[in-house]
Every structure is written in structure tokens, then in C-alpha cells.
Write a protein that binds this ligand. Structure first.
Ligand code: F3S
Length: 640
């Protein structure tokens, strides 16, 4: 049977399931990556599984988010990440080496491999034909333990490229065009697979920009074939042996087809505050730009910054505009330096930042109040820049450089000749010696745990009978922010479950934590859509640590429900929603868990009220996970 690239990789890695869109499939994972903000929890979870070494072909731990190390918490996290990597066989990339996705593309990604990373822009590696997916920390921990990664078999969308990018149009404009066309929901449950004669006209860095920002479509991942252009990239990166050809069979079938004529594209922007609010730069002509940020895992490659240097060479940026540049890696920085391309940036008035996420994650570089910021990044959500009313436009590096020069967006028709597309030089400097390769045997490595690093507490199996009071009764639309607020002070505690648990429901009911600690256990009674919002694992981990055994609600948000299952909290629904009003806060609940069967109603006794029927929407597999006390316990048992 003729297969497309996605199907070929899935077929090669299929552990169970059938390749029918929507059905559950389990995939063998070759590589994992983490960054520091999500990595600490992933490694604490891996430690809790109890294996001596990772079982992947390659696992890499990058430090790129919180590199400023203000206070002891971030450096403690970094020291933990470095030592845990050495112990368990993980390659470590220290702070300042570069941004995880840029580094992974340059040094480790390989065609035909599966990669799971605890960062949503992991699909960047799809630029060289990896099937690279973003996931939660627990999924990465399980992948490192050799467990298959379970997803719904995606539909495969063929993005058929014809023509060639003209003038000032770039890879960024391809993905901005696609986002405008398909919206931020257009890729859900799908893989975007690029094909057609236009593919050969795009360099690997351009392809990686497109797959990186495919995350904004909500896609499972995005992927390019591996061809002669890919081969030249691997040769330039000094690892020709990692190249392997990988293309779709000529008559491969796709679930959908989208046509893009590259020749018809022009410079575009995503307007505030959504990556799919596509506008033509020409239509922004005259709009003042207060700040320009160039970098991030989307657009910080050598080719990107060389184009910027060429545009700025011999000129001075507009004095009312601030220009910040963060190279994607030290390799990029060294290549620019070797070619004398740093001087044009500095002499034009740019501020050169560390090779890290920087302003993208709010590590400095916030725009002025209501200021317009042109950024080469991938997200422009309200407030993400650190300035609540900042107006962020997502653009290509070329558009950003022109905006910095002129202090405003201007019509590309007035920009003159576009810079030549950068080819890699014959000699590309390697920075591979900066990665810390783990010793062959990590048994003697001591893990450095500062006060911010607390081991994951052990969680017991589900008891045969839950006897616990309603420790908290909440209304409709409780978000994960209600359950565990965000903010620098709290997120710095993500590697410390006992400490972060002190903030559970702190903005809903200030006495909740002390109350449930006194009770030792409890049930949460929720309204409609309990747990909506982010995928924050700690919003399930914290309550679990405090003794929450079950959440009984009118309805539950999908991702939070999955996290409850993963961490061993029973998610239950009221059969008759009117019962919500009959159950008071503090009422004692009794529930025989042995009587719970997948999808079946069962009685719950409420003291002073009587019997209330609850139901679940769990699969048999999910019920087993909860009975084991969570996925980690189950994985630990499986390893034993
Ligand atoms: Fe870093 Fe921003 Fe990418 S935080 S990993 S540069 S999306």
C-alpha cells in the first residue's frame, strides 16, 4: 500500500492500534527533549518510575527558558537537571547554549525518527523529517522509560506547495498564510505534511519555521520529506551520516489537501492577539513600531540573522525603536561572528541578548504600554510579552529588520531588493563539545537537590472504599488557574510538589489547604466544565498530594480530566445535575470503588442526603490507571 511520510514513520513505530484516523495508536519513541521549565517535573517523574537509565536512543535536557537565574530557584533547577541527566543517561545542554528546538535541529534531529518533547514547539524537528510531538512532562517521563506514546491516529493533510517564494516572502509568511487560512483550530487531530514541487525550493531552516509554528494550528505535528536539501543541511551541520531519504510514495493518499502557490505569497503579519489574525504588511503601511524582537525557536537561525545583518549593514535603526536580537544557538552566533556579521547588528543599534528564549518567555524585553512590538516569534497572546496592553505583531526577520530601520511598518514595495537567501558556509563551527554527554555508568553520580527540588511524593492505590468529606464545593467554569494560580512566585515551585500545593485553590478559598490537611482527604464537588484552561499537570498533582480522592462534577474539561486520571484522582459525573444543589460542602461521602465499571452509573452515599447516582466516562485502561494510583505507579509496576 502506498504511504505518505507520516504513515511510514507511524508504521515503523507502531506498538499497538490500527492506522485509522481517530483510533488510539501507541508509538515507540526514539528521542525525547525537555526544556528547564517543564524538565524538572519530567525528571522527577522519571526518577519515581525507578529505572537506572533512560531507554530511548537519545534524550536531551536543554536549559533555555529561565536562564537569568535571579534568586536560587532557577540555578537550583539547572544543577538538578545537569546531575539528573548525568545519572540517567541524558545529554545536557547548559544555559546559554541555545534554544532547545534550534539546537535539536542542528545537532540531533533525524529523518524518520519519533521525538516527544515537553514543549509545544517540538515539531520544529519536522523540518528534517522527524515525527516530533509536543507533550506533557509525564508523557516524556514515560517515553524515557521506554513506554509507548499514545495518541489518536491523526488525519494527514497534504500541504501541496507549488512555485517559489518571491522577493521578500519567507518561510514565516508561508505559515502565517496557512494560519490565516485554517485558523488556530485548523490542525487539531491532524498532521500537516508538506509535499509538491515547492518543497525543494525551501531550505531546512525555512521548513523548520513552518513546522515550528504548525503548533499554532493545533496540529499533532507538521513534517517535511527528507530530500537532497535535507542531505545538504546534514552535511553542513557536520553529521552527513544522520541523513536518510524519506519521501511519500508517488500515489500516497491523504485525508485532505491544501494548495499553496509560494509565488503568490508576500510579507504578512499575525495581528494582536492571535497567531491566525493574518494581515498584509502592505496594509499596515505607516503604523509606528516601538519595539522589534528577533529570535525565538521560530526565527533565530543563521539564515534569519544573516538576512537581518544584510538589511541593517551600514545603517542605523530608527532612534525611537528598540531592537533586541537573541540568536538561536551559539553555533548561529559563531557563524555570524566568523563572517563579520555581528558588527553590522551592533553598529545599527541592536541589543544582542543571550542565546535563549528571552523576551519570548517574558525574560525581559517587554514593550512599552500599548506599544507596538514586531516579533519574529510564534505567539502573540494578550499579555504574553509582559505588557498587558502590548500590541504584538508576528512577522518574518526581514520584515522585523525593515520595521526597525524605519520605525514603522512600511509597504514592502518600497523596500528595494530583498537580501539573497543565505547558503551555509563550507565550514560550519561545531558547538557539540558544549553538550554534556552522560557517563556510560551513572551509578556513582550524586543528584544535586537544592531546597527547591523535592522528590515526587509516593501515591497509594485507589482504596476499595472512599470515605471522605466534600472538602470544597465550587461553581461552574472553574479553571486550572483557579485550582493552581500562575505567576513567577508559584511557577518557580514547579519542582516542589509539597511547596506548590500550598497554593491549591488559594484564590478561591484561602482556608482550603489547611482544611484538607486537617481532614487528610477529601472530595471536590464541581459545577459545569470543571478544570477548563491549560494543561497544567500541577492542577491535578497538587490536589492529589493534599489527599483529594475524587472530583464529582456536572461536567469536566477534557485535558484536566485526563490529568486527573494520570495522577490517580477519580473523575465522576453527577447523573442528575440537580443533585449538585442537594450536596452541601462538608458532607461525608462514601463510595465503593469496586462497584465502579467503565461507563456505568453507581451509587454514592451522601450523609444526611442519601444515595446520589454518579457515572464515569472512563475506559477500562483509564480505570486501571486510577486503581493503580496513577500512571507513574502503573509504569513502575510494569518495569518491576
Ligand atoms: Fe522558547 Fe518561546 Fe520557543 S519560550 S521554546 S522561544 S516558543
Amino acid at each position: 500500500m502506498a504511504l505518505n511520510v507520516t504513515q511510514k514513520i507511524i508504521k515503523d513505530h507502531l506498538v499497538s492500534g490500527e492506522m485509522i484516523p481517530g483510533g488510539e495508536i501507541a508509538l515507540r519513541i526514539d528521542q525525547t527533549l525537555t526544556q528547564d521549565a517543564t524538565g524538572t517535573m519530567a525528571y522527577l517523574q522519571f526518577e519515581a518510575i525507578g529505572l537506572p537509565r533512560v531507554r530511548t536512543e537519545l534524550s536531551v535536557s536543554y536549559v533555555d527558558h529561565n536562564t537569568l537565574q535571579m534568586g536560587f530557584r532557577n540555578p537550583d533547577d539547572h544543577a538538578y537537571l545537569r546531575t539528573v541527566a548525568a545519572k540517567y543517561g541524558i545529554t545536557f545542554s547548559p544555559a546559554g547554549t541555545g534554544i532547545c528546538h534550534q539546537l535539536h535541529l542542528e545537532n540531533f534531529a533525524k529523518p524518520g525518527k519519533t521525538l516527544v518533547g515537553s514543549d509545544s514547539h517540538t515539531p520544529t524537528a519536522g523540518g528534517v523529517g522527524s515525527m516530533a510531538m509536543g507533550a506533557g512532562g509525564l508523557s516524556v517521563a514515560l517515553a524515557m522509560a521506554g513506554e509507548p506514546y499514545v495518541i489518536a491516529m491523526p488525519k494527514v493533510v497534504k500541504i501541496h506547495l507549488t512555485g517559489k517564494l518571491p522577493g521578500w516572502a519567507t518561510g514565516k509568511d508561508v505559515i502565517l498564510h496557512l494560519l490565516g487560512k485554517l485558523t488556530v483550530k485548523g490542525g487539531v487531530g491532524k498532521v500537516m505534511e508538506y509535499a509538491g514541487p515547492g518543497v525543494a525550493t525551501l531550505s531546512v531552516p525555512e521548513r523548520a519555521v513552518i513546522t515550528n509554528m504548525g503548533a499554532e494550528l493545533g496540529a499533532t505535528t507538521s513534517i517535511f520529506p527528507s530530500d537532497e536539501v535535507t542531505k545538504a543541511f546534514f552535511t553542513a551541520m557536520g553529521r552527513p551520516e544522520d541523513y536518510a531519504p524519506l519521501t511519500a510514495d508517488p500515489d500516497a493518499a491523504y485525508d485532505e489537501v491544501v494548495e499553496i502557490d509560494l509565488s503568490a505569497l508576500e510579507p504578512l503579519a499575525a495581528a494582536p492577539h492571535m497567531p491566525d489574525r493574518m494581515v498584509r504588511i502592505a496594509d499596515l503601511d505607516g503604523m509606528k513600531v516601538d519595539q522589534v524582537c528577533i529570535g525565538s525557536c521560530t526565527n533565530s537561525s543563521y539564515a534569519d540573522l544573516k538576512a537581518v545583518a544584510q538589511i541593517l549593514a551600514g545603517k542605523r535603526i530608527d532612534p525611537t525603536t528598540d531592537l533586541l536580537i537573541s540568536p538561536g544557538s551559539k553555533q548561529v552566533l559563531k557563524m555570524l561572528a566568523a563572517e563579520g556579521l555581528i558588527d553590522p547588528l551592533l553598529d545599527a543599534g541592536a541589543r544582542l541578548l543571550e542565546c535563549s528564549c528571552g523576551p519570548c518567555i517574558g525574560m525581559g524585553g517587554s514593550p512599552t504600554s500599548a506599544g507596538v512590538s514586531a516579533r519574529t516569534f510564534n505567539r502573540n497572546f494578550e499579555g504574553r510579552s509582559g505588557t498587558q496592553d502590548g500590541q504584538v505583531y508576528l512577522v518574518s526577520p526581514q520584515t522585523a529588520a525593515m520595521a526597525a530601520l524605519r520605525g514603522a511598518f512600511t509597504d514592502p514595495a518600497t523596500w528595494g531588493e530583498a537580501p539573497q537567501k543565505a547558503e551555509f558556509p563550507a565550514e560550519v563551527p561545531s558547538i557539540r563539545h558544549l553538550f554534556l554527554t552522560p557517563p556510560a555508568d551513572g551509578a556513582d553520580v550524586a543528584i544535586q537537590r537544592g531546597p527547591n527540588i523535592a522528590p515526587l511524593p509516593p501515591f497509594g492505590a485507589l482504596p476499595a472504599t472512599i470515605e471522605a468529606p466534600v472538602a470544597l464545593k465550587v461553581g461552574d467554569d472553574i479553571t486550572t488557574d483557579h485550582i493552581l494560580p500562575a505567576g513567577a512566585q508559584i511557577t518557580a515551585l514547579r519542582s516542589n510538589i509539597p511547596a506548590i500545593s500550598e497554593y491549591i485553590f488559594s484564590r478561591v478559598d484561602a482556608d482550603f489547604v489547611s482544611r484538607i490537611k486537617k481532614l487528610g482527604k477529601g472530595v471536590i464537588l464541581g459545577g459545569e466544565n470543571y478544570g477548563q484552561g491549560s494543561s497544567r499537570e500541577h492542577a491535578a498533582l497538587g490536589p492529589r498530594y493534599l489527599g483529594v480522592a475524587a472530583v464529582v462534577a456536572k461536567s469536566l474539561a477534557r485535558i484536566h480530566r485526563a490529568n486527573l486520571v494520570n495522577f490517580g484522582i477519580l473523575p465522576l459525573l453527577l447523573v442528575d445535575k440537580a443533585d449538585y444543589d442537594r450536596i452541601p460542602a462538608g458532607a461525608d461521602i462514601r463510595l465503593e470503588t469496586a462497584a465502579i465499571a467503565p461507563g456505568q452509573p453507581c451509587p454514592m452515599t451522601v450523609a444526611g442526603v442519601g444515595e446520589v447516582m454518579v457515572v464515569n466516562d472512563l475506559t477500562a485502561k483509564e480505570l486501571d490507571i486510577i486503581k493503580a494510583g496513577g500512571l507513574l505507579n502503573q509504569a513502575r509496576k510494569a518495569q518491576a
